[in-house]
Design a binder for this molecule. Structure first.
Ligand code: ZN
Length: 586
């Protein structure tokens, strides 16, 4: 503000008008519209060159394919592609279910999604976009919208809104630096209630003519500056580095820390991402490390505090990734494409433990009583080596286990018996096929009726299923083609585990919701969001990620957020969970 006053030769009491905008931590994007029609979308990786991501951009719902007003000539607008927090949480839950490593933050998830060049994935993941800059335009446009040249940045943003482009709505016009500071202070707290992550505020001089007078330094314009919110960080001691074996055999290091307070919680463990990262940052046991909680996700170790590294006798040594599995001692493997080390042993007890827990989980075969300590015992005693073995368990065998009364054993056997009747979709999800989450399992069970149909399906058949991408299709085919898995499925069938699905027959349900589009927001207590979606679609309805004028009704669970606000704003009907159940049972 001082510099702006000086260059513009303003008096002390003259206020500069600024526009303050929330800084979205996303992926930079440039869109080009020709005669009002979206032509091209390019990422701005290095600010100069980018990748053509036009087909992905078209799959982002908030980006219009055509501008509301017919604008002649070329218009380029810039902004950010981002992932709303709810979508981020959902994707990470799905990735954990599918045995894939979760994304560290929404920014990575958005970037990874755009890189995949798979519009269906973009659509399914629900990427959003905010635009904040009109870069260049042909002469016709400039004369048509004189507000842009004669007015300022705020007017230009309003123009973008007028064209139907998504612009972040909390931007503020600030008269004087005092209002800018108030804006920054307010959002340092209130940002937590936003449905997306923001890491700061961008403050720009509003007037374009003043901007020209201000000019720029070698690197940055003198008329804009970013204010960064303080990240929640703490320093603590790294006690140990341990490695964890996941369901797919991924072996990843994590930090065990001296307990420390961070963003209102006590933190004792933090992610170290992967072995490469630990070595690159030279994080060592015994170091004091900077720990950060960004976007309220799992804390991560940022870097070691080198000045506090122990010397002399207590000197630390660089981290060495174990070469073999901590559970089964099999040599770890790593493919060229991946940074993650994996235990290749199909019979690895760590993988089996995770796999069994997943199989028995509530959203899979839902076997009550088959929890972590029991699973450990079953594996350690050799009673169970794969999921089919569960169905061979007897009351006698179970009673022989530690802390297992005969009554509990009887109950568990009854629960196991009950699980034989679960839908094939739950079984498929429970098998833990890589990349197959609950949603994909539902889609496959619905399309192919059950195991026999699935076994007959070619790779092309699998890929042709709406919502199933090539990665999932290939993974399913590979799984089914493995002799070992065929034997496992045959054994499950012999034990009387059901191999067909009701979902396929759901097509025969009366199409009571035909022609209606629903949006689900918040958490439903009696069913998962996937189930709610399936229920709507089975009755001919459609489910959309975002609320628009075309939305028929919004199903509102607990902790509903911006979608509810938007629905109210647009006067769209809302139904609570009970009403929704009535609707689908009608
Ligand atoms: Zn292993």
């Amino acid at each position: 503000d001082d510099r702006v006053h000086k260059v513009l030769e303003l008096g002390q009491d003259e206020l500069v008008v600024y526009v303050a905008e929330l800084k979205i931590d996303g992926l930079g994007i440039a869109l080009r519209y020709r005669d009002g029609v979206l032509q091209r979308g390019v990422t701005r990786g290095d600010g100069i060159r980018g990748d053509d991501v036009t087909s992905n951009v078209r799959a982002i719902r908030s980006i219009p394919l055509g501008l509301k007003t017919a604008v002649a000539g070329d218009v380029e607008v810039r902004g950010e592609i981002f992932l709303p927090r709810v979508a981020f949480d959902r994707i990470n839950a799905e990735r954990r279910d599918a045995g894939e490593p979760p994304f560290a933050n929404p920014r990575n998830a958005a970037a990874g999604t755009m890189r995949a060049l798979d519009p269906e994935l973009v659509l399914r993941r629900g990427l959003g976009a905010f635009l904040y800059q009109l870069v260049e335009s042909t002469d016709e446009v400039a004369t048509d919208s004189s507000a842009i040249t004669s007015g300022g940045h705020g007017a230009a943003l309003d123009q973008l809104v007028g064209w139907g482009l998504p612009v972040e709505s909390h931007r503020g016009r600030c008269e004087g630096i005092g209002e800018v500071l108030a804006y920054c202070r307010r959002w340092a707290d209130e940002r937590r209630a936003l449905p997306f992550d923001t890491d700061g505020v961008v403050v720009k001089v509003d007037s374009f003519s003043d901007r020209v007078r201000l000019g720029q330094t070698a690197k940055f314009p003198r008329w804009a500056i970013a204010f960064k919110f303080a990240a929640e960080q703490a320093t603590t001691r790294l006690l140990r580095i341990e490695v964890n074996v996941g369901r797919t055999g991924a072996v990843t290091p994590y930090a065990v820390l001296e307990p420390v307070q961070l963003a209102g919680t006590t933190v004792q463990m933090a992610t170290l991402h992967n072995a490469n990262d630990v070595i690159r940052k030279d994080i060592r046991v015994g170091d004091y490390v900077l720990v950060e909680k960004a976007g309220d996700i799992i804390p991560k170790v940022v870097k070691p505090i080198l000045g506090r590294r122990p010397k002399g006798d207590a000197a630390s040594v660089p981290f060495v990734m174990p070469s073999s599995c901590p559970e089964c001692d099999t040599l770890l493997e790593r493919s060229d494409k991946e940074v993650v080390w994996r235990c290749p042993n199909e019979g690895c007890p760590a993988k089996n433990r995770c796999g069994l827990l997943h199989f028995a989980g509530r959203r899979a075969m839902n076997i009550e009583g088959l929890g972590e300590s029991l699973v450990n015992q079953l594996i350690d005693t050799g009673l169970v080596r794969d999921v089919a073995d569960i169905y061979g368990l007897t009351v006698d065998a179970l009673s022989g286990l530690e802390r297992m009364a005969r009554k509990s054993a009887t109950n568990l056997v009854a629960e196991i018996e009950k699980s034989k009747d679960r839908d094939f979709a739950q079984l498929l999800f429970g098998l833990g096929v890589r990349h197959v989450g609950e949603g994909a399992a539902d889609l496959l069970a619905r399309r192919f009726n059950g195991l026999d149909g699935l076994l007959d399906a070619s790779l092309e058949d699998l890929e042709a299923v709406d919502g199933v991408g090539p990665v999932v299709a290939a993974s399913v085919r590979t799984f089914l083609d493995k002799e070992q898995n065929r034997r496992l499925l045959a054994r499950l069938r012999r034990f009387g585990v059901r191999m067909d699905s009701d979902l396929a027959r759901a097509g025969a349900l009366p199409q009571t919701l035909s022609g209606r589009t629903f949006v689900i927001t918040g958490v439903l207590t009696s069913m998962s969001r996937e189930d709610a979606k399936a229920a709507i679609e089975a009755r001919g309805g459609k489910v959309s990620e975002s609320v628009s004028k075309r939305t028929s009704a919004v199903v509102v669970g607990t902790d509903a957020g911006s979608k509810l606000v938007k629905a109210r704003g647009l006067g769209i009907e809302t139904v609570d969970e009970q009403e929704f159940r009535g609707l689908i049972n009608d």
